[in-house]
Design a protein around this ligand. Structure first.
Ligand code: ASP
Length: 436
């Protein structure tokens, strides 16, 4: 029996009776005449009453099976499939760049079973689909995961960090990590801590539109990422995504200061309260910020993360039970995203004091995104300091969560954990520039 992906109910029954398979040309007898077209796969969640034919004009028509007087196969066809061109051969002497595939939209195309975008393109296919890469670097594609980034966990961060550290030993000139955009900021922050001092550029790259859409940003983002990973004079962990809506410039953001700030725009990513690290145009790097670390130098990766930390956004009327629930779930560290300068209600402050007393690491960031936490202005803040809550200055909440998981992953606890959490390990806090 041929493939009838996505079909069910009466539609499946009549297709089976006709001996049809996806890709066959069918003739359906409707009350108003015959319709001829190619049977296309159906969305998995579509109803079981319709079959869908692609007409010669390119339009798809859905035909209700109960209204048809018959269906017959006119010609057998091939199930439509995707076969990428063979990867081009890169020139010798170009820098060597490892591309690690993890999934996400950058490695996706439309899944005709569900009509949704799903991870489908392998890192190797991606390379063959962006032949420009062969003129930029000797690319070594490798798939580590094939998942959307909402499924990435600290365990994945550890594995990624270990792989990058190994790539450094293997002599790669740079590493590109292709990753979903939803949690790209978290992974960039996590790798910034685990790989602090990394002697090559490590560029995380994503896409807002899948590679098979005309508006896709994946090719240019990837070309810029590979080019910078292979040739930039600076090292460190960065995120590469569109600078603006037009398809010509790519922004490089510091891994600990970057945030996805728009659900769908190609230029969704912003650097918060810091200048961009670099800007790439079609002819190369157009701007490089001062103070980025040079390539080379000693490097000791610290790739372990402990996922027992939680990020909790305070809201008016939040019950103290929210903190107790996190404790019961085994949290060793809490990042509280407080209001304004870093505040929570009195009830929660008491609960946080109990958490700290029991050996937990409690830290405060702000929901304001820009500006700094300051617990010295209001009584609420002073009470939080008294409760043992650690203010995290202008650290982004997502970065703070990744850092807390890294800090407890190093095995640090008590005063040492607080000290490490407050230290500026990878540019996660910025020097005070304005009086607060
Ligand atoms: N949900 C997807 C992900 O983060 C979206 C994307 O890749 O942009 O994997």
């Amino acid at each position: 029996m041929g493939d009838l992906s996505g079909y069910g109910g009466d539609a499946l029954k009549s297709l089976k009776e006709a001996g049809a398979a996806i890709g066959d040309v069918l003739e359906a007898k409707t009350p108003w005449g015959e319709v001829t077209g190619t049977l296309v796969p159906r969305y998995l969640y579509g109803d079981g009453d319709h079959l869908v034919l692609k007409l010669r004009s390119g339009y798809n028509v859905g035909l209700r099976v109960s209204g048809l007087k018959g269906v017959r196969v006119v010609a057998k066809g091939e199930k439509p499939s995707f076969s990428p061109p063979a990867p081009p051969k890169p020139a010798k002497g170009l820098p060597r760049v490892l591309i690690i595939g993890t999934g996400g939209t950058i490695a996706s195309r439309i899944d005709y079973r569900t009509g949704a975008v799903g991870p489908a393109i392998t890192a190797a296919e991606l390379y063959s689909l962006v032949p420009e890469l062969s003129g930029i670097a000797q690319v070594h594609p490798e798939i580590m995961f094939d998942i959307f980034s909402e499924n990435i966990t600290p365990k994945h961060w550890s594995r990624l960090a270990r792989r990058v550290a190994k790539a450094v030993k293997e002599g790669f000139d740079g590493v590109v990590v292709a990753h979903g955009t939803d949690t790209l900021g978290y992974t960039a922050a996590a790798l910034s801590f685990a790989l602090a001092g990394v002697p090559v550029p490590v560029v995380l790259v994503g896409a807002q539109r899948s590679s098979d859409r005309p508006s896709s940003d994946s090719s240019l983002n990837l070309i810029a990422a590979v080019s910078v990973a292979g040739t930039a004079r600076f090292s460190g962990v960065y995120v590469a995504m569109h600078l603006g809506e037009s398809d010509d410039k790519i922004a490089f953001h510091r891994g600990t200061r970057v945030r996805k700030n728009h659900t769908s725009r190609r230029d969704a990513f912003v650097s918060v309260d810091v200048p961009l690290a670099a800007v790439w145009g079609r002819s190369g790097l157009e701007y490089v910020s001062e103070g980025l670390p040079a390539r080379g130098g000693a490097f000791r990766p610290r790739p372990r993360f402990d996922g027992r930390a939680a990020l909790i956004k305070f809201y008016p009327s939040m019950p103290a039970g929210a903190i107790r629930a996190a404790r019961r779930a085994g949290a060793k560290a809490l990042v509280i995203e407080g209001t304004g300068l870093g505040h929570v209600s009195k009830e929660l402050t008491k609960e946080l004091a109990a958490f700290v007393k029991a050996g937990g690491l409690a830290c405060m960031t702000s929901q304001c995104i820009e500006g700094r936490v300051n617990l010295n202005v209001y009584d609420t803040g002073r009470d939080l300091i008294h409760a043992g809550v650690l203010p995290l200055d202008d650290m982004l909440s997502e970065t703070a969560l990744a850092k807390a998981m890294w800090v407890i992953g190093t095995g640090a606890s008590g005063a040492r954990a607080r000290e490490l959490m407050s230290a500026n390990v990878a540019g996660e806090t910025t020097p005070r520039t304005f009086p607060s």
